[in-house]
Write a protein that binds this ligand. Sequence first.
Ligand code: NDP
Length: 246
Amino acid sequence: MSALDPKTLTVVVTGATSGIGAATVRRFASAGSKVVAMGRREDRLQALAQEFPNLVLPVVLDVRDYAATEAAFAALPDAFKGYNVLCANAGLALGLEPAQEAKIEDWQTMIDTNITGLAYTVRAGLPGMVARKEGHVVFTGSVAGDYPYPGGNVYGGTKAFVKQFALNVWADVVGTGVRVTNIEPGLTETEFSVVRFRGDEAKADKVYEGTAPMTGEDIAEQVFFAATLPRHVVVLRIQAMANQQS
Ligand code: NDP
């Protein structure tokens, strides 16, 4: 059986306003897929919709609000409501302090977004795909879910949750026609570190100094690969590291 035609895919992407999510929107829309782009920054969503008229639908959503998430899926117009790929990508890291000094509100925000918001996204978006007997949940986890680093503490814990949640969702949907993949990137240059350092761009730039990070486009390519594989193939995890150069 051959790879899926991207023109037959309708993709929902959370965290679509920047980085990996925005690149994922562009990757699929450039190939002719319809894409629902979800995120909080409406101007970014509108710009994506203008880039791909009739293909990208902007939907303002904070994934931490379950009622809003459920309503967003329920309100999808006819052209998009048969979505068959759900990219649960929205997430963030805040602070890089050791556990003994971390800000409790940073921990709460990461848990609310990366764990609770992710689970809400799946709970709201999965039933439609199961009912249609066709779909694919693509999570954005992280190598941080496997490998520790100083200051990673709760962020790494949330990504370990994503890894185990993805596998357990897979256990729930086996036989329904829905697939599950957890994409687990290493260092990727996006707005991630700007958010982590609360808008301090100089500090954020230092994260990439002397490294050859991956780009949002690199990760989007992996999402596209997994989602267009023939339906009898399930890639459960993709872990990609930046290839350091001397
Ligand atoms: P960005 O900061 O560029 O993108 C994060 C996205 O998440 C934004 O679109 C942001 O949109 C969205 N988001 C954050 N909070 C919420 C919320 N409450 N509701 C809805 N959307 C939200 O970083 P990345 O593209 O790098 O991050 C994407 C994913 O990749 C994250 O899950 C991250 O943990 C993961 N990751 C990143 C790596 C990296 O090195 N960059 C490595 C491994 C994993 P908005 O603020 O507009 O809502």
